[in-house]
Write a new protein. Structure first.
Length: 266
């Protein structure tokens, strides 16, 4: 066969594509466990950060205090020694209990996709189409007090925002922090949900006014936590992402989400 014939060129390209695709899919399969492990580790770091047990700098290992070497062992240590304890909560649309489940191996994300382990919550602004019967919160002991870390998810412009809201367990109402561990919003616009200055605005705000979730990201600037406890500054040029954060909090802290559980905390 001539090396410059059409058949040879197409055949050669097909073989290169085949070899490359086998290599890429092989690596994806081989590295899946490692990727899942790293994803879990990142989520655990976010729980520690939003609780105030480590700082943003600790996450990248650039601080030189006691947890500067934030190895997987150090992170897991917080969970193993009971400073962070996960708890399974039966959600409002489920009338069973979660006692038989192993909190350490339970995969809430998988459960939410399984019709046998989840339910449809009905119309809601956060566009949540499925809620796991049993969902996971974290109880955290910090030197400043007890926190409950509630998972939230809601619609951004391009993606579903997934994160955690830390609430003071002393009153079940005062926010201690907000963090997102997954989203695909535009860097510099919706991606500013990760900006530590903006995240710093959340501490001290209140979730509930009576029994109603009143905390919201407003368009424009909010006052201080003391004078404007139910509002947080909007992200400029990113009203859709800002609204998604509000919707996520309203749903997950409200009656269709962890509202009844939070009422028991209060
Ligand atoms: C390329 C591009 C990326 C954008 N990314 C976001 C985003 O991540 N989040 C968001 O809310 N709005 C984003 N917007 C802007 C929205 O389309 C919309 O204009 C904006 O949310 C309105 O916010 P504003 O009222 O604060 O201007 C983007 C717009 C463009 C053109």
């Amino acid at each position: 066969m001539k090396l410059d014939s059409t058949g040879y060129i197409i055949g050669f390209a097909a073989v290169v594509c085949l070899v490359a695709s086998v290599f890429v899919s092989g690596s994806a399969v081989a590295l899946k466990d490692k990727q899942d492990e790293n994803k879990l580790l990142d989520q655990q770091k976010k729980v520690l950060t939003v609780s105030g047990l480590i700082t943003d700098e600790n996450q990248s290992g650039s601080n030189d205090d006691e947890v500067s070497d934030l190895t997987p062992e150090v992170v897991r240590g917080f969970f193993a020694d009971g400073k962070v304890s996960p708890q399974l909560v039966p959600m409002p649309g489920f009338d069973g209990n979660c006692d038989a489940l192993d909190v350490n191996t339970y995969d809430v994300r998988k459960a939410a996709k399984d019709p046998a382990l989840s339910y449809e919550p009905g119309e809601n602004e956060a566009k949540v189409s499925s809620v796991a019967n049993c969902s996971l919160v974290y109880n955290v002991t910090t030197p400043e007090g007890e926190r409950v870390i509630v998972p939230i998810r809601g619609p951004g412009l391009w993606s579903t925002l997934r994160g955690y809201l830390a609430v003071d367990k002393a009153d079940g109402n005062t926010v201690k922090g907000l963090i997102f561990y997954e989203h695909a919003e535009t860097p510099g616009l919706g991606g500013e949900v990760d900006n530590s200055r903006w995240r710093g605005l959340w501490a001290g705000r209140k979730v509930y006014d009576g029994d109603t979730v009143s905390l919201a990201v407003k368009k424009g600037q909010a006052g201080t936590a003391a004078e404007d406890p139910y509002s947080v500054d909007g992200l400029s040029g990113a009203t859709l992402t800002s609204n998604g954060v509000t919707k996520a909090i309203s749903f997950w802290l409200g009656p269709q989400g962890f509202g009844p559980f939070m009422q028991s905390v209060r």
